[in-house]
Design a protein around this ligand. Structure first.
Ligand code: UGA
Length: 430
């Protein structure tokens, strides 16, 4: 099938490449010209395991092309996927201006029947607005349908997730659109759920909100563990063995970050409010997440007493391992809180240093964890990169001024850290 993907970000690029791998003829279009040029020249704009290999394979097959002209790429496509950004506006609502602009431009380009698919995360009822906008701009006689096919891939495992999605949700207005989208996903082994458009839109927001709720729940439990002598990891294991609860997303830590959860929770709470329902549970999930970032700084304060002029090393800047993405990363928040108290912050990250520096230009970056910890009064582990797991505690201790570790992701074994002479604090573990 001929497929056009509008927006070559995380979701667009990975989805486009995966569909090309399945034999579809895919064009990814983006308004960011330097990015398009980079992709055309064989570059990869993001750090995502497996993506360079996937792109190299499909480029060779000739089934993946790039461009900047949305209308031209939409003409002749059977499926047009919208994977443009939906950031949060100053009121907390999803800023849908890119979706609206894409809908208008796609409409002007369509020449034959096509299914226009919302793949970006959007508030419920956005499909209806897209359809109305397109109706006003499409050429006379050209038919189209608007569908919702939300994406569930995670950064760091995006390629694997796109190849084998946990489920394929097809929110469609009729059987004609359903047939087209079923053909698009022919050969995928994932369960397919067909719903109306609003339900599919809601499934995406509800899924992310539920996952964030699980994280805030376990973080709240971790606080109670710290006060009572219970161990949150064992509590999570004991809960997770119940299949009704499930073991995933019960890792206590510094809280969730990234480009999705915070934005989607805010937008979900906002659309709920607009529809006349105050989703107070989500507000509490957000509050627990904010508190958790502050709590990491509090643990440091408990150890160091005064933070002013203390040298604090942050290990890990990316919002999670295996990505260079620092959007809403807890590390940046913790760095700013520490600086506000007069601490001197230095950091290391295996890949996210440059992107973090773009956000905090005067961030002091070191080339490796030991250089970062040289002369430090404390190390705070913020992102659980596998490379940090086997850090040499003896070597670390030798270069530091005071032997203090706050492990905000429970990466290390407390007894190993203490055996090396560290004052070691983690989240919800005695
Ligand atoms: C999330 C969802 O997991 C995807 O299904 C969804 O498609 C995506 O958002 C999206 O809407 O685009 P992502 O943000 O890439 O994916 O990463 P996650 O693995 O969900 O992690 C989010 C944050 O939660 C990270 O900061 C991670 O460290 C944190 N987390 C995760 C915890 O603190 N504890 C856990 O147990 C799990």
């Amino acid at each position: 099938m001929k497929v056009t993907v509008v927006g070559a970000g995380y979701v667009g690029l990975v989805t486009g490449a995966t569909l090309a791998e399945r034999g579809h003829d895919v064009t990814c279009v983006d308004s960011d010209l330097p990015k398009v040029r980079m992709l055309e020249a064989g570059g990869v704009p993001i750090h995502e395991p497996g993506l360079p290999e996937l792109l190299a394979g499909v480029r060779k097959s000739g089934r993946l092309g790039f461009g900047a002209d949305v209308a031209a790429a939409a003409g002749g496509a059977e499926v047009v996927m919208m994977t443009v950004g939906t950031p949060t506006d100053p009121q907390g609502k999803a800023d849908l201006s890119s979706v609206e602009a894409a809908a208008r431009t796609i409409a002007t380009g369509l020449r034959d029947y096509a299914v226009v698919v919302e793949k970006s995360t959007v508030p419920v009822r956005t499909g209806e607005r897209v359809r109305r906008t397109m109706e006003r701009n499409v050429r006379p006689g050209v038919e189209f349908d608007v569908a919702s096919n939300p994406e569930f891939l995670r950064e760091g495992t995006a390629v694997e997730d796109a190849r084998k999605p946990s489920r394929i949700v097809l929110g469609v207005p009729n059987g004609r659109a359903e047939k087209v989208l079923r053909r698009l996903y022919e050969g995928f082994e994932s369960p397919i759920l067909v719903t109306n458009v609003e339900t599919a839109e809601m499934i995406k927001h509800a899924s992310n909100a539920f996952l964030a709720t699980k994280i805030s729940f376990v973080n709240a439990v971790s606080r109670l563990c710290e006060k009572s002598g219970a161990n949150v990891e064992e509590v999570a294991r004991g809960m997770g063995l119940d299949p009704r609860i499930g073991a995933q997303f019960l890792r206590a830590g510094v809280g969730y970050g990234g480009s999705c959860f915070a934005k989607d929770l805010e937008a979900f709470a906002e659309i709920a409010s607009q529809l006349g329902y105050e989703f107070r549970l989500l507000r509490e999930v957000q509050a627990v997440n904010r508190e958790q970032r502050a709590h990491v700084v509090e643990l440091l304060r408990q150890e160091l007493w005064v933070l002013r002029e203390k040298r604090v090393t942050l290990l890990g800047l990316a919002f999670k391992p295996d990505t260079d993405d620092v959007r809403d990363a807890p590390s940046l928040d913790v760095a700013q809180r520490l600086r506000a108290e007069g601490a001197i912050v230095r950091a290391h990250d295996p890949v996210a240093g440059a992107k973090a520096k773009a956000m905090l230009p005067d961030l002091d970056l070191a080339a490796d964890p030991y250089a970062a910890a040289d002369g430090a009064d404390a190390v705070v582990l913020v992102t659980e990169w596998p490379a940090y797991k086997g850090l040499d505690f003896m070597r670390l201790r030798k270069v530091m001024r005071q032997p203090v570790i706050v492990d905000a992701r429970n990466l290390w074994d407390p007894s190993a850290a203490r055996a090396a002479g560290f004052h070691y604090r983690s989240i919800g573990r005695p």
